[in-house]
Structures are given as structure tokens and as C-alpha cells.
Design a binder for this molecule. Structure first.
Ligand SMILES: [Zn+2]
Length: 151
């Protein structure tokens, strides 16, 4: 897996410049799979096509190939019935590999249903002095719309 760790580190800037996720974590599964989970705000397009193109570009390191993928972006909302619930999410999953090396890089692009926690996450990132341009990209502030009959 050293080659994969090295390959990801060469491209680590993508996670900041290309990703539209507000939260990222990773772990290894066994000794052959590195999993990255990128969490997106509902309404922010996951940048998986841009990610795939840059991971396949030899300019940034040994080119990876898409082994398989699944895209759920066609689902209008991650929560059935349109009722916000934090347990609902949609996930697009891409598996990358190198033709001459063992191991798989799996990237999960997750989008949670809208939740009441969004302002708190934004405030926490602002308090941590997150870059304001990045913050506007990954956690754009929602416009509050008054419910009918409340004016
Ligand atoms: Zn998708």
C-alpha cells in the first residue's frame, strides 16, 4: 500500500482545491483498500467527476484507473418523502486502482439530508479560522424563506 499512500499524498491538494466536501476522513480496510469518505452539504454538488479526471491525469502522479463506480446523483433528495432526517444520505462511490500495483482507493462521496446542525458546523469551522472562500464553497449559507402565512 506504500505506493497508494504516496500516490494520494502527491495529490492531497485535490482534497482542498477540488473537493466540495465540508468533512473528510479516511481509513484502511484490510491491507488492500484505502477508503476516503467525503461528506457534502445537501445542495452542493459532489466533485467526483473532477476528482476522477485528476486522479487519472499522469501530470499529478502515476495515473489511476476507475475500476468501478456507482453514482446516486440522479436521486433528487437523499431523504425519502422530503422530510429532513440525518440518518438518510445518498452516496456515490468510486474505486480506483493502478494497473501495475495491488490495492484499491475507494472514495465515497456522501450527501446527507438537510439537517439543523448545518449552522453549528459552519460556526465551528469559522471559529477554527477555516478559509472563507473554501467555506463558502463547501457550506454555502442557505437563504431563509418564510413559510407561507408567517408574514
Ligand atoms: Zn454522483
Amino acid at each position: 500500500m506504500r505506493w497508494l499512500t504516496s500516490d494520494v499524498l502527491r495529490r492531497i491538494g485535490l482534497w482542498h482545491t477540488t473537493s466540495t466536501a465540508f468533512c473528510t476522513r479516511y481509513w484502511q480496510h484490510g491491507d488492500q483498500t484505502m477508503i476516503w469518505e467525503l461528506r457534502h452539504l445537501y445542495g452542493v454538488r459532489p466533485a467526483h467527476d473532477d476528482f476522477a479526471a485528476l486522479l487519472r491525469d499522469p501530470v499529478w502522479g502515476p495515473p489511476l484507473s476507475i475500476w468501478k463506480y456507482h453514482c446516486d446523483c440522479h436521486h433528487r433528495r437523499p431523504d425519502p418523502g422530503g422530510r429532513p432526517h440525518p440518518d438518510y444520505e445518498r452516496q456515490c462511490t468510486f474505486h480506483f486502482h493502478h494497473s501495475d500495483q495491488p490495492g484499491v482507493l475507494q472514495i465515497r462521496f456522501r450527501t446527507n439530508a438537510p439537517s439543523d446542525d448545518e449552522p453549528e458546523v459552519r460556526q465551528e469551522l469559522q471559529a477554527a479560522q477555516a478559509d472563507s472562500v473554501w467555506l463558502s464553497r463547501v457550506l454555502p449559507q442557505r437563504k431563509l424563506v418564510a413559510a407561507p402565512g408567517t408574514r
